[in-house]
Each structure stands twice: as C-alpha cells, then as structure tokens.
Design a binder for this molecule. Sequence first.
Ligand SMILES: Cc1cc2nc3c(=O)[nH]c(=O)nc-3n(C[C@H](O)[C@H](O)[C@H](O)COP(=O)(O)O)c2cc1C
Length: 170
Amino acid sequence: MQLTEIEYNEYLTEVTEALDSGGFLTVQNSGELNTMTIGWASLGIIWRVPMLLVLVRESRHTFKLIEKADEFTVSIPFSGLEEELEFCGSRSGRNYDKFAECDLEKLSGNEVHTPLIGGCDVHYECSLEYSQSMDKELVKSEVLEDCYPDWDMHTLYFGRILNCLREETG
Ligand SMILES: Cc1cc2nc3c(=O)[nH]c(=O)nc-3n(C[C@H](O)[C@H](O)[C@H](O)COP(=O)(O)O)c2cc1C
C-alpha cells in the first residue's frame, strides 16, 4: 500500500460520484476517535485556499466531537467498504467503537493527527477554519421540508485541505 500526495482536485469526478455511496468523516477529540459516513460535501476554493465543506447534523455524536476539534479527515472509497459505510452511517459512536467493530485500519497522514481510514482511494487532511450552524429561518421551505422535517439542522464545517493523498495497493 502506498500513499501519494496529489492535488486537492484530482479525482474530483470520482470523489463526487463516490460520495453518493458515502465517505468517512473522522474526528478525534480529547483522546476519543470516531468516524461517520457522509454523503454531502463540497470541494473548492474559499478564501484563496482549497476547502472541503462537510455538513454534520446536531444529533450526531460527531457533532459533539467536531465542535471541540480543530481538524478532521475525510477518506473516500471509490468502491468497496460498503458494509463499513453502512455501519458507520447508521450506528453512533455514542454506543459503538466503530474502528473496533468494523476493524477499520488507521493510517497516519502527513499534516494532521487525526487518522485516515485504510482501504479508501482518496484522503483529505483538513484544518477546521470556520463553522456555522444553519439558520432554519433562512432555508427555503422546499429544502426545509425535504431535508429537515424534524429540524435536525446541519452545521457547516469548512476544512482547509492541508494535504490530499491517493492510496494505491500493490
Ligand atoms: C450514505 C450516508 C450518507 C450520510 N451523510 C451524512 C451527512 O452528510 N451528514 C450527517 O450529519 N449525517 C450523514 N449520514 C448519517 C450519519 O452517518 C449517521 O447518523 C451516523 O450514525 C452518525 O454517527 P455518529 O453519531 O457516530 O456521529 C449519512 C449516512 C449515510 C448512510
């Protein structure tokens, strides 16, 4: 297995397609490590630097952790790890050690302390630059009804991409 540094926007098409099945958002805080499946994210330039925007609902255990964190990682498999994505997208870190339950491999990145998840094709190492909880008063009613029927709003986390890595086996 080899980790190679790549540009943040290499594999953009593959990454956006793969997010349909999910990627892993991993957060570490005060010795606690957790990962959850995400399907919504945005990659681009903000404040002149590459940025990865992720959305976390307030009900998630990840929310508690990321609120006190200053970094996170996102690891995206182009295929495979379906069962792990399903488990991490339906069970909470409040009740499960998902790394142990799914036997997730922890890989070290180059820029942040939070681990990456082995077996994924692309990894982003991010420093948390800014966050903002959504104001339900400002959301279009169609979106509110469709995505927030119980008002479990997202908080938006803007992670500056410090490093992007391609994982290759063999
Ligand atoms: C494919 C998929 C995509 C998901 N995307 C998101 C997302 O972008 N934001 C979010 O808050 N929850 C998302 N979820 C739900 C969380 O992964 C799920 O609630 C998880 O159990 C939260 O874990 P935690 O409580 O350990 O943080 C998604 C779930 C799946 C299966």
